[in-house]
Design a protein around this ligand. Structure first.
Ligand code: NZQ
Ligand code: ZN
Length: 384
C-alpha cells in the first residue's frame, strides 16, 4: 500500500425528512439555490427547500442541463456578482453539484476567464462555500472535490478538482430518489459500479486487502439493491443502500493508497461531449472493452472480481476472464443500460472521432498510462 494523507470534510445528513436541516447548516447571508431542468418542482423537493430557507435572503438559478455547460455556469456567476451572494445550495444530481462547484470557483477567480481552470492553466485559490441536497445516487459529487464541465462551443468535457471544493454539507434523503426515471436509476448504479472498478480493477497485486474488501462490499450492494430499485422504485432500503454506496464509491477514502485507472471515464466523456450520450451509458459501453483489451494487465483483479462478486467458478484463467467480462456487461443490461455503440446508433465514424480527440490531446490513459487515442479506438471497436 502506498503512503497517503487525506481529509474529507463534508458533513453528511442522511435519511428521511432531512431537508429541513439545511437551515442549521447554511452560514451565508445571501444564498443562491442552483437546480436543473425542473424535476425538483415536480417531486416536492423544491417546496421543502424553500420552506427551510424561510429565514434567509435567497435567489434562484435553475435550468442547469445534464453534463453542465460552462456557458450556463457563467450566467450564474454574473448573478452572484450582481447580488453579492455569499453561499450556494445545489439541489440536484452530479450535473447540478458539479456546475455549482465550478460556479463557486469561477465567482472568486481573478485571473481572467475561469475556463482556464479546466485547461489546467488557472489555479483555484478561493471558492464560495456551498451545500448540496442530492437527488440522484450516482456520481459521489456530494462528498468529493471533483467536477466535470462541458464547453458547449467546443464540445470539450473536462474534469477538475480542488480541495477547496468539498461541499460543506450534503443532505442525502433516499426518498427523494423515488421519482427517478428508470433510466436514471440504471445510469446511477452503473456509474457507481464503474467508479469502484476504476479504483479496484487495476494491475495491482494483492497488497491493498482492506481497500479491495471495501470496494467489493460496494459492488455487492449495487448488484443486490440496484435491480430491487428498478422493480420497486419506492423501496426505501434499496434506495438508501444505493445512495450511501454510491457516495462511498467516490468520496476518496478507499482510493487512498491504491492505483487508479479512469480510462473508461475519460473515453466515455468524449462520447457524451460529441454525441450526447448519458454519462452512465458511455461507461456501460466502454468498460467491457477496457477489461477485454487490458485483460492481461488486469488479469489478477478481473479474476478476483469474477470469483468474489459474480461467483464464477472456472478452471481456466481465460474462461474466468471471459465470463467475468460478460457478467459485468450483463449486469449493466439488467440495470437497463445498453452496452454497445450500435444501441445508440454509433459506429466507425464515432470511434474515429473519439480516438482522434484523445490523440490530439496526447492523453495516455489508464493506471499504466498505455491507453492512447489509437488504443481507445481498438477498445471501442470491441464495443460496436
Ligand atoms: O435536471 P432535472 O430536471 O433535475 O432532471 C435530472 C436530469 O435530467 C434527473 N433527475 C435527477 N434527480 C431526479 C431526477 N428526475 C427525477 N427525480 C429525481 N430525484 O436526472 C437527470 C440526470 O441528472 P444528472 O445530475 O445529470 O445525473 P448524474 O448525477 O448522473 O450526473 C452526471 C454528471 O456528473 C458527472 C458526469 O460527467 C455528468 O456530467 N460526473 C461527476 C463526477 C464527480 N463530480 O465526481 C464523477 C462522475 O464520474 C461523473 O463524471
Ligand atoms: Zn462516473
Amino acid at each position: 500500500m502506498e503512503n497517503f494523507s487525506f481529509m474529507n470534510p463534508t458533513k453528511i445528513i442522511f435519511g428521511k425528512d432531512t431537508i429541513k436541516e439545511i437551515s442549521k447548516e447554511i452560514t451565508g447571508r445571501k444564498v443562491l439555490i442552483t437546480y436543473g431542468g425542473g424535476s425538483i418542482k415536480k417531486n416536492g423537493v423544491y417546496d421543502q427547500v424553500i420552506k427551510a430557507l424561510a429565514s434567509f435572503e435567497f435567489y434562484e438559478f435553475g435550468g442547469i442541463e445534464p453534463n453542465p455547460h460552462y456557458e450556463t455556469c457563467m450566467k450564474a456567476v454574473d448573478l452572484i456578482k450582481e447580488k453579492s451572494i455569499d453561499y450556494l445550495l445545489a439541489i440536484g444530481g452530479g450535473s447540478v453539484i458539479d456546475a455549482t462547484k465550478f460556479i463557486a470557483s469561477a465567482a472568486c477567480f481573478e485571473n481572467g476567464d475561469p475556463w482556464q481552470i479546466l485547461e489546467r492553466k488557472g489555479e483555484i485559490k478561493k471558492a464560495l462555500p456551498y451545500g448540496t441536497v442530492l437527488t440522484i445516487a450516482a456520481t459521489g459529487s456530494e462528498m468529493n472535490d471533483g467536477a466535470v464541465i462541458t464547453k458547449a462551443a467546443t464540445k470539450d468535457k473536462l474534469p477538475f478538482s480542488s480541495s477547496l471544493l468539498y461541499p460543506k454539507f450534503s443532505v442525502l434523503d433516499p426518498e427523494i430518489t423515488y421519482s427517478l426515471p428508470a433510466r436514471q436509476t440504471g445510469n446511477g448504479v452503473v456509474d457507481a459500479f464503474v467508479h469502484v472498478i476504476e479504483q479496484y480493477l487495476t494491475y495491482s497485486t494483492e497488497d491493498t486487502t482492506f481497500q479491495d474488501n471495501m470496494w467489493e462490499g460496494i459492488l455487492r450492494t449495487l448488484i443486490s439493491e440496484g435491480p430491487k430499485a428498478l422493480k420497486e422504485p419506492r423501496n426505501y432500503d434499496a434506495r438508501a443502500n444505493i445512495m450511501w454506496a454510491a457516495t462511498w464509491a467516490l468520496n476518496g477514502w478507499f482510493a487512498q493508497g491504491v492505483d487508479q485507472d479512469w480510462a473508461t471515464h475519460l473515453i466515455g466523456h468524449e462520447l457524451t461531449a460529441l454525441f450526447g450520450l448519458d454519462h452512465g451509458q458511455t461507461l456501460a459501453i466502454v468498460l467491457p472493452g477496457v477489461m477485454r483489451k487490458l485483460s492481461e494487465q488486469k488479469s489478477v483483479k478481473i479474476k478476483r472480481l469474477g470469483k468474489e462478486i459474480f461467483s464464477i467458478k472456472e478452471e481456466s484463467s481465460s474462461e474466468l476472464i471471459d465470463k467475468t467480462i460478460q457478467a459485468t456487461e450483463d449486469f449493466f443490461e439488467l440495470m437497463g443500460v445498453k452496452t454497445h455503440l450500435s444501441d445508440y446508433n454509433l459506429g466507425d465514424e464515432a470511434i474515429e472521432k473519439v480516438g482522434n480527440r484523445l490523440n490530439e490531446r496526447n492523453w495516455k490513459l489508464g493506471e499504466c498510462y498505455n491507453i492512447t487515442g489509437d488504443v481507445a479506438k481498438e477498445i471501442l471497436k470491441l464495443r460496436k
